[in-house]
Design a binder for this molecule. Structure first.
Ligand code: MG
Length: 251
C-alpha cells in the first residue's frame, strides 16, 4: 500500500470515528402537534373505520329524514318518492357511499339513473348512469353539477355497484355573507380520482348560475330522488379536521 492510499484510509477512519458528529443535523420545525388519534381502519377497502358514523348499514334509513319512504331489501335501499336527508349536520367531511344505477336501462341523458349527493343541501356530486350515455359533461356522473366535469368517466355498467369517496371542505363566510373560503371537493369514483380539490363557485342549480348564499358551518346532506330507482348501500361519514400545531415562541 502506498502512502497516498494509507492517507485516504486514515481519513476514512477518522470520518467513521466521528461519523455521528459529522452527520447532518436533523431539522425539526419546533411546532408542537397533538398526537393523531389511533383508529382502526375498515377490514377491507370501503368498510367503515372505527371513527366513522355509519348512516346506512343495509338495515334501515332511520338516520335520514324521510328514510322510511325508500324501499329497503337485501341490504340496500332503493330511491323512490322523495329525497332523503341526514338528521345529522356536517361541515368538513369524508363521505363513503355505494350506489348502483338501474340494471334495466331506461331513459337517456339526465333521465337515466339520476340521483345525487347534495352536500350541505347545496352542492351536488352528480349520480347518473353515464355508462355509454352522453349528456352535458358538467352534468355527467361524478360531475360537480353544472360546474366541473369529472376528469375521467370511471362509471361501471348499469346495475353494478360503484363507490364514491368524497372529501368535502365546507365554505366559510364572513358575517356579511362574503365568501372567505369556497367549498372544496375531492371525489374518488370507484377508487379513481375524478375531482381533485375542485373549488366550487357556489351552490349547484339546474335553472340558475352557481352562486353562494351564506349558510351554517354544518348542514345535513341529502340523496336526491330523480324518479329513477338508484340503489344505495354502505353509507358512512367522518368529520375531518387538519391537526393544528403550536409554533414555538419567537425569541
Ligand atoms: Mg342528480
Amino acid at each position: 500500500m502506498n502512502s497516498r492510499n494509507v492517507a485516504i484510509l486514515s481519513l476514512a477512519g477518522v470520518a467513521l470515528a466521528f461519523g455521528i458528529t459529522l452527520a447532518q443535523r436533523e431539522y425539526k420545525s419546533g411546532i408542537v402537534f397533538p398526537e393523531p388519534k389511533v383508529i382502526t381502519p375498515g377490514e377491507k377497502p370501503g368498510d367503515a373505520p372505527s371513527d366513522a358514523t355509519v348512516l346506512f348499514d343495509g338495515k334501515d334509513l332511520s338516520k335520514f329524514v324521510n328514510g322510511d319512504k325508500w324501499e329497503i331489501k337485501d341490504g340496500y335501499a332503493v330511491c323512490q318518492k322523495t329525497d332523503i336527508t341526514t338528521k345529522e349536520s356536517f361541515g368538513d367531511v369524508q363521505i363513503h357511499l355505494e350506489f348502483a344505477t338501474p340494471e334495466k336501462v331506461a331513459g337517456s341523458g339526465q333521465g337515466r339513473g339520476n340521483s345525487g349527493v347534495y352536500i350541505m343541501g347545496h352542492y351536488e356530486v352528480q349520480i347518473l348512469d353515464s355508462y355509454d350515455n352522453k349528456t352535458y359533461f358538467d352534468g355527467q356522473c361524478a360531475s360537480l353539477y353544472k360546474q366541473q366535469p369529472p376528469m375521467v368517466n370511471a362509471c361501471r355498467k348499469p346495475g353494478e355497484w360503484q363507490t364514491y369517496d368524497i372529501l368535502f371542505e365546507a365554505p366559510k363566510f364572513a358575517e356579511d355573507g362574503k365568501v372567505l373560503r369556497p367549498a372544496i371537493c375531492t371525489v374518488l369514483h370507484n377508487g379513481v380520482c375524478v375531482q381533485n380539490h375542485t373549488e366550487l363557485i357556489g351552490g349547484t342549480y339546474y335553472d340558475q348560475p352557481a352562486k353562494y348564499e351564506k349558510h351554517a358551518a354544518k348542514l345535513p346532506f341529502r340523496l336526491q330522488n330523480h324518479s329513477n330507482p338508484v340503489k344505495f348501500r354502505n353509507i358512512w361519514v367522518r368529520d375531518i379536521a387538519t391537526l393544528v400545531g403550536t409554533a414555538p415562541e419567537k425569541k
